[in-house]
Design a protein around this ligand. Structure first.
Ligand code: SF4
Length: 374
């Protein structure tokens, strides 16, 4: 299914569609108020109008998101939500409104939240975030004539909790060799654009047909990291090279669904905990110290020998971390394959074949040396 088809499905259900900028918007809250939130990453297609507004050395996430929201000839979006996810996204709403105006599209209501990027142990900014969430609720109620209730919110939390648990189960299916990584990425990217109720159906149907555990090739185990999963053709190259993705540190996947509060007192408290205890991400600046520990645990628990970094070209958050991470992983005997993906590279995946195959051979060679079979 194409991303816009999924958004159309939400639109047809009669709910106002809120295009959420990545990375970790308050989906449960928006859903609980009768809105249809969709995270705008993993979009495909050419970028033209947006390039008149955004420099072409911005990441593909921002350029494609801008293109879809500016273009929006079908009037799919009823509002935009964003928070201070990263510098590239921060000023985008104003730019998008200008682009829409040029194309004769209506201005969209914009909702924003500022998530304090300070470590909780250093400064307690929870009161500030509680206030931000409360303001958001008031703005949403006023814009759409909807009302918030804690009861509906708890129901939405339960739905998203089910979807998150299913995503983790599907990750496990990939790790045990019961599902191809390419199938997994395709499923989760499609699910992202569906209403959460349909996401659950899709994920359950995939879990039902996932295969049993199979013996993995020695030293074929890798962790994949990045903002987005690799493009489909590169996922297939990873599968074809005999690599098994036993750990997932992709922001659109594991970082998004790995953790959510299990207990909370009200909606504001939920999001204080949600952001504070989130799986560490390069964009959640206060979590940067916890990143290395989380990744080391993932590598050790999964028995991975390799780490494939899918670099989103021009994403400074990810590239600032990589040199340190690479050095530390190598000290632990984990080989690292950094691949940089730009908006233009997605149709030229074959150029990555040699590097991925060579990496798989290096891992296999290292294993043979260690086990004395070479
Ligand atoms: S890829 Fe990086 S720079 Fe681009 S939107 Fe995501 S976090 Fe921001």
């Amino acid at each position: 299914m194409k991303p816009l088809d999924g958004i159309r499905r939400s639109k047809e259900a009669g709910k106002p569609v809120i295009g959420c900028f990545p990375l970790y918007p308050p989906l449960e809250l928006l859903h609980s108020m009768g809105l249809a939130p969709v995270v705008l990453w993993g979009l495909r297609g050419p970028v033209h109008d947006a390039d008149r507004h955004i420099q072409n050395f911005a990441c593909s996430v921002a350029r494609r998101l801008a293109q879809v929201v500016i273009d929006d000839a079908e009037g799919l979006f009823d509002g935009i939500f964003f928070y201070n996810g990263c510098d590239t996204l921060r000023n985008l709403p104003e730019i998008l409104q200008e682009g829409r105006e040029e194309l004769g599209r209506d201005a969209l209501p914009v909702f924003r939240v500022h998530v304090p990027m300070v470590p909780a142990e250093q400064t307690d900014a929870s009161a500030y975030l509680r206030n931000e969430m409360q303001n958001l609720i008031v703005c949403l109620e006023s814009a759409y004539g909807l009302s918030f209730s804690e009861e509906s919110f708890a129901e939405s939390v339960a739905l998203y909790g089910s979807a998150r648990a299913l995503c983790l189960q599907l990750e496990e299916a990939v790790a045990r060799g019961g599902m191809a990584f390419s199938d997994f990425c395709d499923t989760l990217m499609s699910a992202n654009f569906l209403p959460v109720e349909e996401q659950i159906e899709l994920l359950e149907s995939k879990i039902a047909v996932a295969g049993e555990e199979r013996a993995l090739e020695p030293s074929s185990r890798v962790v994949v990291s990045g903002i987005l999963p690799p493009p489909p053709a590169i996922c297939k190259l990873i599968d074809d090279a005999g690599l098994t993705v036993v750990g997932n540190d992709v922001a659109a996947f594991h970082r998004s669904y790995a953790r959510a509060p299990q207990e909370w007192s009200d909606v504001n408290d939920y999001y204080v905990r949600f952001y504070r205890d989130h799986f560490p991400c390069t964009t959640l600046l206060y979590s940067s110290d916890a990143r290395f520990k989380a990744l080391t645990s993932m590598v050790e628990a999964s028995g991975a020998d390799g780490f494939v970094f899918i670099g989103e070209k021009f994403c400074e958050y990810e590239y600032f971390e990589l040199p340190h991470l690479e050095e530390k992983l190598k000290e632990k005997g984990v080989s690292v394959l950094p691949l940089e993906i730009s908006i233009e590279d997605e149709s030229t995946a074959e150029t990555y074949r040699t590097r991925i195959e060579a990496f798989a051979e290096v891992l296999a060679g290292a294993e043979a040396t260690v086990s004395g079979t070479s």
